[in-house]
Design a protein around this ligand. Structure first.
Ligand SMILES: [Zn+2]
Length: 281
């Protein structure tokens, strides 16, 4: 049974980490009652908390809960609570009901803004806090610390989170961050992503453009040799030579190469003769 519970708590904390961005050491708000229970039964409260959330913890107690303990004059409970960090609640001048106090620091516009885990013996407070998504709730049942199962509001939020991930893929996770982190960073990320995407096509394009420009020039030069081949025949036929001159003004520049080609053509005489033969056919 213990192992089973431990496993389910671990899974639950993973949900809080994943969907609600909880991180160890977990800040755990303990109420005055749980301190008294721990003191009375002699259990190591911090150890229990650690074992339940299965990571490092940072227990905290509000000023109002502390005030309640002072009123009880339970010295050992007070000294135990003094080990915990005091959470300022703004009720120091006039302490309010400890449970209202805890509720006031958890429920910030319907969100558990500071990502507190709450360890309280008050059933009413736990019932209240179940309506706020992402509030891990702990309490003592005799000598066992219990973590409440994921509340309906937490479960709905978690499913919504998973759904957004499934439907949107990676982009939606960034979008999820946008909501919390602010639009400016998200836009910057989008711009970066856009720039990266642009870089892809841009990089090859200039290269291909560079190649294209010379090839465009080369084509003209290539046109020359093609014509030269004609001219080779043209050398034999004066009419062709005149046509070439009318088509292309670069004839003069191409002439030296023509001479070279003539030399080459002498070597490749047989090939040219074959070509001429084909042309004549
Ligand atoms: Zn308070």
């Amino acid at each position: 049974m213990r192992q089973k519970r431990s496993k389910s708590y671990r899974k639950q904390m993973l949900v809080y980490n994943h969907a609600f961005k909880f991180r160890a050491p977990y800040q755990i708000i303990v109420d005055h009652e749980i301190v008294e229970v721990a003191d009375h039964s002699g259990i190591d409260l911090v150890k229990y908390l650690k074992n339940t959330v299965q990571d490092e913890v940072k227990p905290m107690i509000t000023q109002c809960c502390m005030q309640k303990l002072y009123e009880s004059k339970n010295q050992s409970a007070i000294s135990l609570a003094k080990n915990f960090e005091r959470r300022r609640c703004g009720h120091k001048d006039q302490a309010i009901d400890p449970y209202d106090c805890i509720d006031s620091i958890i429920d910030i516009k319907g969100q558990n803004k500071h990502r507190y885990v709450v360890c309280t013996q008050s059933i009413d407070l736990r019932r209240k806090l179940r309506h706020i998504p992402g509030v891990p709730l702990l309490y003592m049942n005799r000598s066992v610390m219990i973590m409440e199962p994921l509340s309906n509001s937490s479960d709905a939020k978690q499913k919504q989170f998973e759904q957004s991930k499934l439907s949107g893929g990676l982009n939606d996770i960034k979008a999820g961050k946008l909501v919390k982190g602010g639009n400016s960073t998200g836009e910057a990320e989008k711009e970066k992503a856009g720039a990266k995407r642009k870089r892809g096509p841009k990089e090859p394009n200039p290269l291909s453009m560079k190649k294209k420009k010379p090839t465009a020039g080369d084509n003209k030069q290539e046109e020359g040799p093609k014509k030269k081949r004609r001219r080779k025949h043209g050398n034999k036929n004066s009419e062709d030579k005149q046509d070439d001159g009318a088509e292309d003004n670069t004839d003069n520049g191409a002439q030296p190469s023509e001479n070279l080609e003539e030399n080459q053509s002498e070597e490749k005489g047989t090939r040219d003769e074959l070509e001429v033969g084909n042309d004549s056919d």
